[in-house]
Design a binder for this molecule. Structure first.
Ligand SMILES: C[S@@+](CC[C@H](N)C(=O)[O-])C[C@H]1O[C@@H](n2cnc3c(N)ncnc32)[C@H](O)[C@@H]1O
Length: 644
């Protein structure tokens, strides 16, 4: 049903647009969920203020069947999270502190007031001292940290934890605005309560199977596809939970400076950094015999690309080395989503789905959103000449987009939109949404990786599976744009083309099929689960140093609100508007649970304020579904229509 079919008198008005960082955001369009105001059943007009739904997604039973798993050959499946989800004992994992305001934390380098307290400053001759309040935690405390005067061009940032420091070699970067508070779980604890770093391989690679890592685990590490080490869950981890937080040991703008920075790292950190992989060794070994590891190679192999703001307010793309997160292997359906907060120089890994002991913690090396600044070293658009270090220039993809990359044709609306050169997605498709062959090409060109993740490792005999997966990713991306909740005309146009009504239209116009929203969102949820892209949109609210790489800034705004949580929000709202209590509770609970996990239990200690607020609202609705401001709205609209 086209979006224009609506009954104005019955259609809840969207008085205000809320974002994900506001209250609950309406998934389908510009609409937001009514929150506290009562509607007027006689007119069908809801009162003013509304908010959009927060959420956590539901799992489709079908999705687990659809997972292509290389580990099916294994004794113990490593990542069959859906199957084991219900058995998982959900830990209340302490969450790290996050910034007060997701949107404001971006590349902020706000001046920080000088500390009135005098504390001894250790280990330096000249230093400046800055006092800051760490995030919005009730436990927030004034902390002091010292900045050594830069030696050469390297700045040494110290944090509250004395073991922590970060060397920054970025021209013009000022550490004055960095929030240096302590992190939870602690950084530089290689084996925190959530994870272990272990060789990947299992019996096939000659590694002893992991029969016991840490009670009561029983782990057999999967197929041996990946070499070297990997990071593994040591206990059940609920979707959304913070698995790990870490600050970088070093940040450089130019990998050529890595050598100099390495010489200034503290010994233990240097040892750790030097133990990391250098893929140029493998590459070199093939091409011209043995070559030694180098700091440049190590940074190129392991660094995440982040964006920092320099003193002039200009964004600089930098490479940040997080020694523990660097052990995470890549997957095109990652089990964790990495985000970076430049205000505190903190990388956070959130569980992308429910994880079980022995599941590998993987991240995407490919950008998962146009605005993501946290993915390692890969541009959002397909490859540019980007590794001068290694002296290669990847082939320029024809047209540089998923559209031109598409090898498949279809008569469907979506296919035709995708193949339309005017599609909004053309230059901004995050690489994770590209077809498999494009993703593999990028990974090969940039990392020399023959990607064998479970999303890529589809036998050639299953061409149909590849085709479906490629198509699903394109469709997901397209719907990200269309369902972004943005008022942008491009998103609205796309919704119109796809015939997707807004929630308000659906709610107030009973002639629009129920399935027009419910069916769509269930399908998109299922696709996200199959593709392993559940919380891909999570990156956005937390990543802030975004977007200089994205040509069309409007699209950054659009893509910002993408995500799986949104589908759950809509489903909750739809069932609320239908007055179906059981389904309403189910989806709202999903939404509440993931948000609670993201907040570290929702206690308010460390989580994002907004998420905590969302959790509170959802709790209210769970206590009393009729507190949902649009309860039964669509049913009432139907009655009104009949009565006319
Ligand atoms: C950042 S490191 C990851 C940790 C690494 N396995 C280790 O032992 O330290 C990146 C390297 O791991 C390997 N790797 C990561 N993901 C992979 C994948 N999906 N397929 C094949 N190799 C992968 C590649 O050799 C890559 O250069």
């Amino acid at each position: 049903m086209p979006a224009t079919t609506q009954s104005p008198s019955n259609t809840p008005r969207s008085s205000k647009r809320h974002t994900l960082t506001g209250l609950i955001t309406s998934p389908v369009s510009t609409s937001s969920m009514p929150h506290t105001h009562k509607r007027s059943p006689s007119t069908g007009t809801p009162a003013q203020s509304r908010q959009t739904l927060p959420s956590k997604g539901a799992k489709s039973g079908a999705s687990s069947d659809m997972k292509r798993k290389s580990e099916t050959e294994q004794e113990v499946p490593l990542s069959n999270h859906k199957r084991r989800a219900s058995q998982a004992q959900i830990p209340t994992t302490p969450s790290h502190s996050r910034r007060k305001d997701a949107s404001s934390a971006s590349t902020s380098s706000r001046p920080v007031p000088a500390s009135p307290k005098k504390k001894p400053i250790r280990d330096h001759e000249q230093s400046s001292r800055v006092q800051v309040v760490y995030f919005s935690s009730p436990n927030s405390q004034s902390t002091s940290f010292s900045l050594r005067e830069p030696k050469g061009k390297i700045e040494r940032i110290r944090f509250k934890n004395p073991e922590e420091e970060c060397l920054v070699h970025v021209p013009g970067f000022s550490a004055a605005g960095v929030r240096p508070g302590s992190l939870k779980p602690s950084p530089y604890v290689p084996h925190n309560e959530n994870i272990l770093v272990l060789p990947v391989g299992g019996p096939a690679s000659g590694q002893t199977p992991y029969s016991s890592i840490d009670e009561p685990l029983s782990i057999v590490v999967s197929s041996g596809v990946l070499s070297g080490l990997g990071v593994f869950a040591r206990r059940p981890i609920r979707q959304g939970t913070v698995i790990l937080v870490e600050r970088p040991a070093m940040i450089v703008e130019d990998v050529a400076d890595a050598e100099e920075v390495f010489t200034k790292l503290k010994k233990d950190v240097k040892d750790l950094a030097e133990s990391l992989m250098d893929f140029s060794v493998l590459r070199g070994a093939c091409a011209k015999g043995v070559i030694a590891k180098s700091p440049k190679g190590i940074v190129a192999t392991n660094a995440f690309e982040v964006e920092l703001e320099d003193a002039k307010g200009e964004t600089r793309k930098c490479k940040a080395l997080f020694p523990h997160t660097a052990r995470c292997n890549h997957s095109c359906g990652p089990s964790a989503i990495a985000t970076f907060d430049p205000a505190s120089l903190t990388l956070t890994l959130h569980a992308n789905r429910d994880l079980h002991p022995g599941d590998e913690i993987t991240v995407s090396y490919l950008p998962i959103s146009s605005s993501s600044a946290s993915m390692p070293f890969v541009p959002s658009s397909p490859p540019m000449p980007m590794s001068p270090l290694l002296g290669f220039i990847p082939n320029s993809p024809s047209g540089g987009s998923c559209i031109s990359d598409s090898t498949t044709t279809s008569n469907s609306t979506i296919s035709s939109l995708l193949s339309s050169s005017s599609s909004e997605s053309s230059s901004n498709t995050p690489a994770i949404y590209l077809p498999r062959h494009s993703r593999r090409r990028i990974l090969h060109q940039v990392y020399s990786i023959e990607c064998r993740c479970e999303q890529c490792d589809i036998p050639w005999t299953e061409a149909d599976g590849v085709h479906k997966s490629d198509r699903a990713r394109r469709e997901l991306f397209l719907h990200n744009l269309a369902l972004s909740g943005s008022d942008l005309s491009s998103a609205a146009k796309l919704r119109n083309k796809l015939g997707i009504p807004t929630f308000e239209e659906w709610c107030g116009n009973p002639s629009i099929a129920t399935d027009a929203l419910i069916g769509l969102h269930k399908r998109l949820l299922e696709m996200r689960e199959k593709e392993g892209l559940e919380l891909a949109g999570l990156a956005n609210p937390f990543v802030s140093g975004v977007s200089s790489s994205v040509e069309n800034q409007d699209l950054v705004e659009v893509v910002k609100e993408e995500g799986w949580l949104k589908h759950v929000d809509v489903l909750g709202m739809c069932y609320g508007a239908l007055g179906k209590e059981k389904e309403f509770r189910r989806w709202v609970k999903e939404a509440r649970d993931v948000r609670r996990a993201m907040c570290g239990g929702g206690s308010g200690e460390t989580g994002l304020r907004e998420q905590i607020e969302h959790v509170k609202v959802l709790d209210t609705w769970l206590d009393e579904p009729r507190a949902f401001p649009l309860w039964g709205w669509r049913v009432q609209s139907r009655k009104n229509l009949k009565a006319r």
